[in-house]
Every structure is written in C-alpha cells, then in structure tokens.
Design a protein around this ligand. Sequence first.
Ligand code: TXA
Ligand code: MG
Length: 355
Amino acid sequence: MIYHARTQLYRVSSEEIEPDVLRLASEILHRGGLVAFPTETVYGLGANAYDAQAVENIFAAKERPLSDPLIVHIADIDQLDEVAMDVPLLARRLGEAFWPGPLTLVLQRGKHIPANVSAGLGTVAVRVPAHPIPLALIRASKVPIAAPSANRFSRPSPTTAQHVLEDLDGRVDLILDGGACPIGVESTVLDLLSDPPVILRPGGLPLEILQGISPRIRVRSRIMESEQDGAVSPGMLLRHYSPNANLIVLNGTPSAVCRRMHSMAIDFISQGKKVGVMVADEEASCFTDLSVVVQALGCGNKLDQIAANLFAAMRELERYAVDVILVGTFSLEGLGLAIRDRLMRAAEGQVIEVD
Ligand code: TXA
Ligand code: MG
C-alpha cells in the first residue's frame, strides 16, 4: 500500500534552522512519518531508523522494491556503534577522515536496526551527511534516520525540494527546503566487509581520495553488466535514474561527439521526434541552428559543475517532453566516475562509440 500524507513544505535556512520547524520534523519522525531533507549530495526521504513500520512507509512512498536496502544517517562518528557492530579500524579511520561527507560505509548491522532497513541483509550502510539540516534533525530527534534518495523508484535523484514535490507530493509528511544540493550525485558506497574493500556505487567522494587512506580500495564496475546476474548493491541495477525519455550516451572526444550528436539530432527531428541534448557549456553553441532543447551542464573540465547539474538537467528535459536525450561523456577522474555511472544507468546501457 502506498503511504498517504498531507505534504507540508517549509523553506529552511541552513544558517539558522527554526526551532519550531525542527520540533515539527522531529515529532513526525517519532510518530512514524516521513520527512524529506537536503543533504550535500541529493535530497533524502527520512524515517526513524529504529521504527520498522516507518521504514516500511519509505518503501511504500517511493514504490521501491523491498530488496533495495537503505542508508542510515547519523550525526557523528560516535554514533556508529549504535547502528553497526564489529566496526573495523578502517571504518573509523575513513569516518575520521571524510565524515561528515559523501561517503557511505557498509558494515555489520547493529542489533537495534530493523532488518527491513537493510532489505534483510546482515549488513547496514551508514553515513554522516555534511549538511546542517539533517545533522540538526538527527540531533533533535535523537534517532538515526534511514533515508534513500527522495525520488520515486528509478527516477533521477532529486537535487531540489521542487524535485521531491514532483515525485512525492502526498507521500511525504514534510519537505524541508534548504535549496539546491551542492554535489548533485549521491554518496560513494564502500563495502568494508569485502576484502579488498570495494566501491559498490561511485559517488560524491572520489576513488583517488579514498585510496589516499587505503590504496587497496577497488571499484566494482558493473556499469556495463546486465542486471540479471544478481547485484550485490541493488542500487547498481542498470535500469535506474531514468528520465522519461530515451537517453543515449555518445562516448568519444568532445568535437567528434558534438558532430555526431548534431547529425543524430537531425535524423531524430526528421522522424518527428523532439530532441534534448545535455552538453558542456563550450559545446552549447553547436546546436543553435537546430530546434533542440539544450541543457548546458557547466564547464566540460569542471566535473563538480557537471555533477551538480546532471539530474536537474534530466528533469528539465522531461518538462520539455523530449523523446530523445543525447549526451556525451566526460573524463573518468574524480567525480567523473560517478557521472559516467549515472549516465550509463540513465541510458540503460545504450552507448555509441564515436571515433
Ligand atoms: O547520497 C546519498 O547516498 C543519498 C543521501 C540521501 O544520503 N542517499 C541515497 O540512498 O542515495 P539510496 O537509497 O538512493 O541509495 C543507497 C545505495 C543503494 O545503491 C543501495 O543498494 C546501497 O546504497 N546500499 C544500502 N544498504 C546497503 C547494504 N547493506 N549493502 C549494500 N549496499 C547497500
Ligand atoms: Mg536512490
């Protein structure tokens, strides 16, 4: 059954969070309701992590399969032992180095965390978000908050309160609008129970930076693999983050990609299709002679800009009701791995190699 609620939305300043709003949010969590809030990565849809019924409400609101585990958000590394057990030394070192921040650690699930948080697994994913609103909410409510991204299942992740409202109006009790999320892609999920530790989902904290603490950390890249062979992290399913349009990735040098995108756009238009393109600012002028909807993502070598605008651009193109979205690739360094991963999922594996 879908979770029904009357959705309230409050604008919240990160500098000064009104005590009344915090009290309301905290009360909602304590009675098993759902509160959406910004984080440094994307908006989250939160419930009291100790309340199995509230956690069930999250799955119902998102229409998310019960097999896809949630992330538990805590306010401080000192809370780690309340939600996880047998915490390895490396987890503490990584937490000291990168929390609060866009890093999620998969550990042994603590006794007080209900099984449905982790989709029945013996593990739990934990992070400390680097955003004053969820930190204040966790402290005020005095409970850890289980929260997936606040989108409907398989939709692009929300980076503004408006995106949350689009997907979850009537399915969340309260949305705390703290403006746009600065990073724009979700946290890096690192499995510390495997040896060597493996990144299940590249995200806001780059591989190279994690390897600065532990050079053994690897990436499990299932980006191109089929979803049939049983994903370790169900969020790694290929079909994910999809906008309501046919998204095609073109991989190659920027100039070759731009030429091919231009000729493909002409072909699609001649078939009566409405075309959107997502490009670096530098390439936006290549399309002025065509009637396509252009979303400029930022400077092509400033991957933080590309990441911050990626999901919002997909949603914006949906608003124009495009049939096809064409997008090039960017470097794989730093945030580039997360950007490539999200693009490949949105494209459901449709990639054209361009020379
Ligand atoms: O940045 C983020 O991580 C955001 C904000 C709200 O914190 N949250 C987020 O949650 O992206 P969600 O549920 O959309 O993605 C969580 C990912 C999924 O890929 C899920 O499969 C994986 O983490 N995950 C959660 N618990 C896990 C576990 N116990 N073992 C393996 N993977 C797990
Ligand atoms: Mg998600």
